[in-house]
Design a protein around this ligand. Structure first.
Ligand code: CP
Length: 531
């Protein structure tokens, strides 16, 4: 069979790597696959069955379920399966992950990589960087499956979780009420719920955690933006006392290995607040089900062993579903499935919004001059309206940033002046005489460093061109940028030599936030700069 389904070459780096309709398609196909196997069918129509197709399982952190379900999925597909041993690989000689994967792509005409790493954003980076590289070098576009990256996301776990909820709800996707219980700060599987639950049309999420382990605001905001009702509780007792507990409970373990010392000291309190006790049994309704991405911590199991053989146990069947969903994810991205998809697919990336605009030149009566210090500028460049309206200190700081980032170490002057917007309004100006071109790259840089300033080109004392600069939709490729998440693959500490890149997105209050393109850490504008 020709493998040319519409998802061919698509990576799953994030839950949002698939649209909601594409996720529904995945669940439909996983259901068909599971049913066919249960009926004794061969399920051959789901199989890649190609020994030129290579599946690399690269687990740089421990795993049982994700690794073994993908390994078994690869066996089902009858493809070359490679278990990558990081301890004896050239990672031990400080090879970067980009170099390693680039080399492995060369060993087969077509490959997929299942990667678990403590570094966040690895798959997004590799897909962005090595996808086009592979195609240019005569390979099929490689596929990356994020098998869990630090605290960030675990999208294939999310898909098996949602599949399990849908299965329990008899495939009805109109409404879900779900409790997320445990270490919501560090648990990547609960973070992924902020997007994964969109597959349901009406969502209520109860977040049950002590304040120290609360869900990060980034994900709470995303839930609200996605229209979920979000409620907060600090302990299981408080939750049960509310009398409005959900029937689906999703636990996530206390990630003691990721906690700082002060929180580690509080571990016994967290355990007390979040562990289900025997006396609570009479307070949950019979049709309640407990889910857990597993593993359970054998010292601190939030779902203790006495619950294993009760109807509450939905976590065992949940983990088995990882096999069905991962077989289908591999089949989709290898182009085996997807011919019968008729929903809303991913939009093609649009043109980058323009943020450099030529502005009209307003001719004023009388003599109008920009000066270098006390001398008028005959010809040259003037950067005007720098940080206009901001406090004086911020304006000086912005002038300094512009000079340093753009390397303006030439004969020039700068200062802070009154703006004509009012007596208490100030702005910065930099004048550079005798320079008549600025270059597109510098223009973009200037927009990124000092949005809403203007660049004026002066000839014979006249402004002959004026550009007004907005904030670019993406800020990238400057040495002076860095993601502040130390676990991000692009963070200098990790020595992966990866370009820093931020996407500008408004938050719920409409303020500009800057999201790392790889690990999705949210930043203020001032935080993205290293100077
Ligand atoms: N749920 C999960 O990711 O389990 P593993 O760590 O065993 O892969």
């Amino acid at each position: 069979m020709t493998r040319n389904g519409r998802f061919k070459g698509r990576s799953i780096c994030l839950v949002n790597s698939l649209t909601v309709d594409e996720q529904r398609y995945l669940y439909r196909k996983a259901r068909e696959f599971k049913t066919e196997l249960a009926g004794g069918g061969s399920a051959d129509r789901f199989r890649i069955a190609d020994l030129d197709y290579s599946a690399y399982l690269i687990f740089l952190e421990n795993s049982t379920r994700t690794r073994e379900s993908f390994r078994n999925a690869a066996k089902f597909h009858r493809v070359r399966t490679n278990m990558f041993d990081s301890a004896t690989s050239s990672f031990a000689k400080n090879e970067s992950i980009t170099d390693t994967i680039k080399m492995l792509i060369g060993y087969a005409p077509e490959s997929c990589f299942v990667i678990r790493s403590k570094l966040e954003g690895v798959c997004t980076w590799l897909d962005h960087h090595l996808g086009p590289w592979a195609v240019e070098n005569g390979h099929e576009r490689p596929v990356f499956f994020n098998a869990g990256d630090g605290r960030h996301e675990h999208p294939t776990q999310e898909f098996l979780d949602e599949f399990s909820f849908l299965e329990h709800l008899h495939w009805k996707d109109d409404v879900i009420h779900l409790a997320l219980i445990g270490d919501l700060l560090h648990g990547r599987t609960v973070h992924s719920k902020a997007e994964g639950l969109k597959v349901f049309r009406n969502v209520t999420v109860d977040l049950v955690s002590p304040p120290e382990l609360a869900m990060p605001p980034f994900y709470v905001d995303a839930m609200k933006r996605n229209g979920f009702e979000v409620r907060f509780f600090h302990s299981l007792d408080e939750y049960l006392d509310s009398g409005t507990a959900a029937k689906l409970w999703y636990f996530t373990r206390l990630q003691l290995e990721r906690m700082g010392e002060s929180n580690l000291e509080k571990a016994p309190l967290f355990k007390k607040a979040l562990t289900f006790r025997k006396d609570m049994l009479s307070r949950v309704s019979e049709d309640t089900r407990f889910y857990h991405p597993l593993p359970r911590d054998r010292q601190v199991p939030l779902i203790p062993g006495f619950l294993d053989n009760t109807p509450l146990n939905a976590w065992d069947s949940q983990s088995v579903n990882g096999y069905y969903t991962r077989v289908v994810e591999m089949a989709m991205s290898a182009g085996v499935l997807g011919h019968d998809f008729d929903g809303q697919g991913r939009e093609k990336p649009g043109e980058e919004e323009s943020f450099v605009m030529e502005a009209p030149i307003v001719k004023k009566s009388g003599k109008q001059e920009y000066k270098v210090g006390i001398k008028p500028v005959d010809s040259g460049l003037v950067i005007d309206h720098i940080a206009s309206g901001m406090p004086l200190e911020a304006i000086w700081d912005r002038i300094d940033k512009i000079r340093r980032i753009l390397g303006l170490n030439l004969r020039s002057s700068h200062g802070v002046y009154h703006s004509n917007r009012g007596p208490d309004v100030f702005k910065g100006i930099i004048s550079i005489p005798d320079v008549l071109s600025f270059g597109e790259k510098n223009l973009k840089k200037l927009g990124a460093v000092s949005p809403s300033c203007t660049l004026n080109l002066i000839k014979d004392h006249q402004v002959v061109k004026k550009y007004r600069l907005g904030m670019p939709p993406r800020i990238y490729n400057f040495e002076e940028l860095s993601c502040k998440n130390e676990n991000c693959i692009s963070h200098p500490k990790n020595q992966e030599s990866i370009d820093t890149s931020f996407e500008r997105k408004p938050d719920v209050q409409g303020r500009d936030r800057f999201i790392c393109s790889w690990c999705e850490r949210e930043h203020d504008y001032s935080e993205i700069w290293t100077i």
